[in-house]
Design a protein around this ligand. Structure first.
Ligand code: UDP
Length: 310
């Protein structure tokens, strides 16, 4: 039987490269597109020699032409760290809007299933807690995070338009905070920041007073959920994340304990529009995908710390 082909944009990034590896392990052919603005060739090292893997260096904000049959288009490309989208706001808006349009066009031409990688940021600084897929969100369009949030909200809207108008089989995953091996040292997000700071004896930079919450999902759990969604018949957005909520100060304590570090805490200014609370309601994923995270935060952090040490 012919192997199924998956094209993944942003396949050299943190989440993208884990997905490439998993898909190759499940016997798919994988075509990875990346412009390496935040992606990393090192992430592809484990499987770049696999005959079923190919890499195309390109920016998906420009028209995408790829020969041959494609069964699934996964649009994962994005700048996803607040540090990155603050530095590259226009590229962030372009990959979320033009990039999504181009990836949808490719999926339509190839009669492929399309999966959009959306985000919990579509909920903004949420007024509802925990966040269900039916919540419309609370976003500052002109704030520092607006470039990311609004591009992803546009991406969801155009995905549903292609679904309704062109009958494309589309899926939308709203990804909550995810962590694990292969996050860049200078990624800027809280888990890699704290781990690198703790291991090098530097102060842990806590933004604000650290009372804000996030819910952290280990990468393997997320990848499992994405694969299930890709193969499902479901077209509305699905939250994927871990529902265990913790404050940033609780995360500090956990990372200090797991690393055995004596690092101190350096309280910094809270960035603009930093969401105060974030926790996914994953009832829909449990019901539709029979999915829920299985890796406890302590275990996932320990694995990530040992990867950073290695
Ligand atoms: N944060 C922090 N110190 C850091 C990096 C982040 O206290 O060095 C906080 C940040 O203000 C936010 C939370 O940790 O409240 C998660 O930030 P991150 O950049 O990981 O992603 P976000 O969930 O905000 O997109």
């Amino acid at each position: 039987m012919r192997k199924r082909t998956v094209l993944i944009t942003g396949g050299a990034g943190f989440i993208g490269s884990h997905l490439c590896q998993r898909l190759l392990g499940e016997d798919y052919r994988v075509i990875c597109l990346d412009n390496f603005i935040t992606g990393d060739r090192g992430n592809l090292r484990d499987f770049s020699g696999n005959k079923d893997f190919s890499l195309e260096v390109r920016d998906v904000s420009n028209y995408i032409k790829i020969p041959g049959k494609i069964d699934y288009v996964l649009h994962c490309a994005s700048l996803a760290s607040p540090k990155d989208y603050k530095q590259f706001p226009i590229q962030t808006l372009k990959v979320g809007s033009l990039g999504t349009h181009n990836a949808l066009g490719l999926a339509k031409q190839k009669k492929a299933v399309f999966l959009l990688f959306s985000t919990s940021e579509v909920y903004g600084d949420p007024l509802e807690h925990p966040q269900k897929e039916t919540y419309w969100g609370h976003v500052n369009t002109i704030g520092e995070r607006g470039c990311y949030d609004e591009s992803k909200r546009f991406a969801e809207a155009i995905t549903m338009a292609y679904h309704r108008k062109h009958k494309l089989d589309t899926k939308i995953v709203r990804i909550f905070n995810t962590y694990g091996p292969k996050m860049r040292k200078n990624d800027g997000r809280v888990v890699p920041n704290f781990i690198h700071q703790a291991l090098s004896g530097k102060s842990l930079t806590v933004y604000g007073r650290g009372g804000q919450t996030r819910s952290f999902c280990y990468i393997d759990d997320l990848v499992e959920g994405i694969l299930r969604l890709m193969l499902s018949g479901y077209n509305l957005p699905v939250n994927l994340g871990n529902s265990r909520e913790c404050t940033i100060m609780q995360l500090v304590k956990l990372i200090l304990k797991l690393t055995g570090s004596q690092s101190r805490i350096d309280f910094r200014k809270l960035p603009q529009d930093d969401p105060q609370q974030r926790q996914p309601d994953i009832t829909r994923a449990k019901k539709i995908l029979k999915w829920e995270p299985v890796v406890p935060l302590e275990d996932g952090l320990a694995r990530t710390i040992s990867w950073v040490r290695g």
